[in-house]
Write a protein that binds this ligand. Structure first.
Ligand code: ARG
Length: 248
């Protein structure tokens, strides 16, 4: 009996998830390998976040549509209901929590520093040396942007922060010497360094963080979506998706 009730509850929750929208729309900035990016061969949007989102949608019996948008417009799109959720390697921050609700975190990451192979920057400390003056590239509105901007201000540093809409443009700027380094999430930095000869990753991390999915406050989708995500974390699906993209 207890089992039947539990099953009914699960079904009810799933139906509620999908009653909201036959199709779930996900807002994402698809410039962020290995989490969300365009597959060179198929042209399709793929990656860790994408596969996790499809797995959740499947559990909820919904279709999934991904809307590729600028990273710093995703939270507004989530809040206004233009998309049902935002999944884009989103770091959980207290500031963002004022505007959106975050799911259970599904992985961790570090902010790291990507540099050209020939560089005078050898450690994160070099960024904090008040004698140094660098052009530091970030994606607008990311934690990389927020951290370095406030560190520059708080420590009276001479660097200029160059803000890009898409990471691809920051990587081009780094390759052509327009900027001296980039602050970006570690696995993404690894992907960019692998895809572009002449880029390297400093081996000290800049900040530790957790990734989660964001929803509008009081979103009716939240409970069912998060329950499905938690199941996928608990049964190892999320880890196996991560392992598929990131070598141990
Ligand atoms: N983790 C960082 C943040 O939340 C960067 C995320 C950037 N994501 C992207 N798909 N471009 O601010």
């Amino acid at each position: 009996m207890k089992k039947t009730i539990a099953m009914l509850l699960v079904c009810a929750l799933m139906l509620m998830g999908c009653a909201m929208a036959e199709k779930l729309t996900m807002g994402s900035s698809c410039d962020f390998p290995p989490y969300e990016y365009y597959d060179d061969e198929t042209g399709e949007i793929v990656g860790i976040d994408v596969e996790i989102a499809y797995a959740v949608a499947e559990k909820l019996g919904c279709e999934l549509e991904i809307q590729d948008m600028q990273f710093d417009s995703i939270i507004a799109a989530v809040c206004s209901g233009k998309v049902d959720f935002g999944m884009s390697g989103f770091t959980v921050t207290e500031e963002r929590k004022q505007n959106v609700d975050f799911s259970t975190p599904y992985t961790t990451a570090k902010q790291s520093v990507l540099v050209p192979a020939e560089t005078s920057i050898t450690s994160v400390d070099d960024l904090f040396n008040p004698d140094n003056e660098f052009k530091i590239g970030v994606q607008i509105g990311t934690t990389g942007d927020l951290y370095i901007t406030s560190d520059v201000e708080a420590n009276g540093l001479k660097h200029s922060v160059e803000r890009y809409n898409k990471y691809g443009d920051a990587v081009m700027a780094l390759l052509s010497g327009k900027i001296d380094c980039m602050i970006v999430d570690d696995q993404v930095a690894v992907s960019f360094a692998e895809a572009n000869e002449g880029l390297a990753l400093l081996d000290t991390a800049y900040a530790l963080e957790e990734y989660a999915i964001c929803f509008a406050k009081e979103s009716p989708l939240y409970d069912s979506f998060n329950a499905a995500l938690e199941e996928l974390i608990a049964d190892g699906t999320v880890q196996s998706i991560i392992d598929k993209y990131i070598a141990a």
